[in-house]
Design a binder for this molecule. Structure first.
Ligand SMILES: [Zn+2]
Length: 306
């Protein structure tokens, strides 16, 4: 029975309804060398983010995927503290962001060492936080992977093959996403366990469906944010549904977060647009309840559960 591993323990499909597959509770986008995330206090993050979590709980959202990996200030202990304060499960990744955010140890580590680090987090816990990693988040340069990014991806493919964890990559260009899928397959895993994060940024729309046809999840995770409007996303959904690829699509906002490099953590952006605005527009565009449930309940569970 596949389980979604969360900050509050494993959950089965029947335990959950709507899941947001790409949000952030905590990210440090400040200067890397300052490492402000290390000083952040759980109480401050709870004070800022718990009200945002309470809003989506009231709208029927039952879990959220934290997409912050190592390199941009991951704090699994803080994700867990926010979860416990709100009784709301958060799904946390292992993995490493792209260059120049790759920490020094990972630049010099061998592929096997990176794989073993991921495996330890996927099977045990992240940095004594008591939180088991559910999945692997990484990234690639906009125009292609560096040698270091490709090493991290091959390590992820091996760790994924051993655990069933899905690999999600922040990848701006479709060509790069297709190349990543080939690397994953060559390393012995499957493109079906790959999420192309930020698919909406690829202007060649044919590549969206090509990646889905090859087995990957395509993720439209800028809903309710510029530069794309609701009609852009509704059209992408219609095309995917007409191509019978609706079971490969994920929808989210890429919003939220306490940023320890900003005074007071900055101003959070709510995770409510999908529930309050976009899903009603899906209905108005003729999508039935079963389709909406597939896209917002079933797909995110299937993508991240193992
Ligand atoms: Zn993100």
């Amino acid at each position: 029975m596949p389980q979604l591993i969360t900050t509050l323990g494993p959950r089965e499909a029947g335990d959950l309804r709507m899941i947001l597959p790409h949000e952030h509770v905590f990210v440090d986008l400040g200067p890397i060398e300052e490492a402000n995330y290390r000083q952040a206090q759980a109480q401050d993050v709870i004070a800022l983010m718990a009200p945002e979590i309470e809003k989506i709980k009231a709208l029927g959202v039952t879990a959220l995927v934290e997409c912050t990996p190592t390199g941009v200030g991951r704090r699994a202990d803080i994700d867990r503290a926010v979860s416990e304060a709100t009784d709301f499960p958060v799904v946390v990744p292992t993995g490493i962001y792209r260059e120049p955010w790759v920490p020094e140890w990972a630049q010099t580590a061998s592929q096997a060492e990176v794989r073993d680090w991921m495996l330890a987090e996927l099977t045990d816990q992240i940095e004594a936080s008591g939180v088991q990693a559910a999945w692997i988040k990484l990234s690639a340069g906009d125009d292609g992977m560096t040698a270091c990014e490709e090493k991290i991806l091959r390590a992820a493919a091996q760790a994924g093959a051993a655990t069933g964890a899905v690999i999600g990559s922040h990848t701006i260009r479709g060509e790069v996403a297709l190349k990543q899928m080939a690397v994953i397959e060559a390393a012995g895993y499957t493109a079906e366990r790959f999420i192309w994060i930020h698919t909406q940024n690829e202007p060649d729309l044919k590549l969206h469906l090509e990646a889905a046809r090859r087995g990957a999840w395509i993720e439209y995770d800028g809903i309710g944010r510029p530069p794309h409007d609701d009609d852009y996303y509704l059209q992408r959904l219609q095309e995917a549904l007409e191509a019978d690829l609706g079971h490969h699509v994920l929808l989210s906002h890429d919003k939220g977060w306490y940023d320890p490099s900003k005074p007071g953590g900055g101003t959070p952006q709510p995770y409510t647009y999908l529930s309050e605005h976009f899903i009603p527009k899906m209905r108005a565009a003729g999508m039935g309840e079963e389709t909406i449930r597939q896209l917002t309940w079933v797909n995110p569970f299937q993508a991240f559960a193992r």
